[in-house]
Write a protein that binds this ligand. Sequence first.
Ligand code: HEC
Ligand code: HEC
Length: 512
Amino acid sequence: MRPVAVLTLLSLASACANTPSAATEQGSASDTSTGSSGSLTESSSGSPTEATSTGDDGEPLCHGGPWERGQPIAAPELPSGDPAAGYTALLTRDYVSCGIPWDLFGFAEGVLGVEEPLPGRAGKNAEVGHAWNVVTLADDSELVVSNCLQCHAGYFNGELIVGLGKASADFTTSLSEFAEPLPDLPETSLANAAFNKFKARAAALGPYSTMMTVGANPAVMFAIILLSHRDPVTLAWSDEPLYELSAELVLPADPPPWWRVGKKTSNFANGMSRGDHRGTMVLASSLCTDSVEEAGPVVDYFADIQAYLASLEAPTYPFAIDEALAADGAQVFECNCAGCHGTYAKDPAAESFPNLLIPLDLIGTDPSFATQAAAGGFYHHLREWFNASFYGMFSEVVTDDPTPGYTAPPLDGIWATAPYFHNGSVPTIALVLDSAARPGAWRRLDYDSTNFDQAALGWPWQPAPAHAEAPASERKFIYDTTLFGYGNRGHTFGDHLDDAERQALLEYLKTL
Ligand code: HEC
Ligand code: HEC
C-alpha cells in the first residue's frame, strides 16, 4: 500500500484546512470593518426596545421579552461519574474501535505533518497528535484510533484548547474518494483487520457527508449514515442501508464548546438529546461498534466522560477588557439577552441558566436542521432509530416537543467560539447582534487563531462571491449563506441596539 493513500484516510476527521491563497497578515480590525461596512444600519425588529430604558433609580426596566415564548427543558438525572477518569478514558480508550495500525501511522504522520500532541499524555499517546489514541489489541497488535478531539479541540490565540470546537477542520472532500482506492491489508493482525473496517466505513460515510466549506462539520450526518446501516437492537452492521440516504440533505453543524455541558439540560443545537446523554455521545463515536457486547462497556465508562465534560469551564479572555464599558454592557445584556442566555457572576453559584428551547419562528435562524430532525423530515430517522435502539435505553432523542427550535446556549467563553449559530454562518458576535450587516458570502482571511478581531469578537473575514460565481478551487474557503442549511438570518435581538450599546455589550461578553 502506498503511504500517501493511508494518509489520506487520516482526514476522516482531522484534516486541517489549507491556508487560503488570499490570506493576508493585515490587521484584523480594519479588514473586518471593511467587510461589515453596513454595520451601523439600524433595522426595526420586534425586540423589547423599552427594555434598555432606565427608571428613576437608574436601574434598567426589564419588561419581559421574547424569552417568554421559550420552552424550558427540564434537568435530566445523570449517573455519577469521575471527571478525572473521564479525561483519561477520552484520551486512552478505543470507543472508536477501528483505525490505523501503529506501524503505518508513524509513516503517515511523517508525510502529513505532525499534529500537535497534548501535554501530559503517556507512552505512545504522547507521540501521536492530540486527536488520536494508541491502543493495544488482544493479539498485542497496536492500533491508532481517532478520539473526540478530532472535532472538540480547537485553537484560540495560538493555544490548543480541549473542548473548543475545531473551527478549521476540512470535510469538503468526500471520504469515499480517499477510501475506495485503498487496498485492503492482509488480515494478519487485529490491527490490520481494524484498518480494513475503518476504510470500509469511511467509504460508506463519504458520499453523504461532504461539506461545502472548511469548518462546517458533518457529525450529525455521520450519525444518520451510521445508524442507517445498523440494526437498532443488535447494532449489527448491514452493508445495504436500512433506509435511503440523500446527498441533497447534508447539513452543516458547528461543534459547540464542551464547557457548556455543565449548564445545559439538553444537548445539540435543537436540544434533541434529552436525559442522560451517554447514548447520543456514544452513538456519535460508533463508527465501528457493531455489537451490544462492545457498546455496553463503552456506555458505562462514558458516565465518567460525561462527568468530565460537565466539569469543564470556559477559558478567561486573554486580552484587555475596558471594565467601565463592560459594566454598561452588563445592563444592556440584562434587559435584552439574559432572559434567554442566563445570568453570569464571579461566583458560579450566583449564576442562573434558563435552558430554553426557542421556537423557529421566533429565533429565525436557518430552520433546516430543526425541521429536518422533526417529524416528516429526513433526519427524523435519527429519532425513530435511536429511541428504539440499544442506545435509547440510556438517552432519548426528542425533536419537536413541544416544537422544533434551537436552544439558547450559555455564553460562557463565547468570544472564543466563532463562527456563530448552529451552522457557523456568522463570523463575529458583532454581526450576530446586527442581522442586516451579515455578509451573504464570506471567507476567513486565514485560519491563524492568533489573528482574532477583538473589536467584533470573531475571525477576521472578507466578503466573497457566492459558490456559483467563485472558481472551483476557492469554493471550499467561502461560506455561502444561500446554500441549503447554510443560511445566516434570524436572531434579530440585537438589531435595535445603537452602536454605543452594541460596543458595550461586546465588551461585557468578553467577561463571560
Ligand atoms: C466529526 C466531528 C465530531 C466528533 C468526532 C465528535 N463530535 Fe461531538 N459534536 C460535533 C458537532 C458538529 C456537534 C454539534 C451538533 C449539533 O449541535 O447539532 C457536537 C456536539 C457534541 C455535544 C453537545 C454539546 C452541546 O452543547 O449541545 C457533546 C456533549 C459532544 N459533541 C461530545 C462528543 C464526544 C464525547 C465525542 C467523542 C466520543 C464527540 N463529541 C465526537 C462534532 C463531533
Ligand atoms: C428569545 C431568546 C434569545 C434572545 C432574547 C437572545 N438570544 Fe442569542 N441566541 C438564542 C438562540 C436560540 C440561539 C441559537 C441560534 C442558532 O444557533 O441557530 C442564540 C445564539 C446566540 C449567539 C451565538 C451562539 C453560538 O454559539 O453560536 C450569541 C453570541 C448570542 N445568541 C448572543 C445574544 C445576545 C448578546 C443577546 C442580547 C442582545 C441575545 N443573544 C438575545 C436565543 C436568544
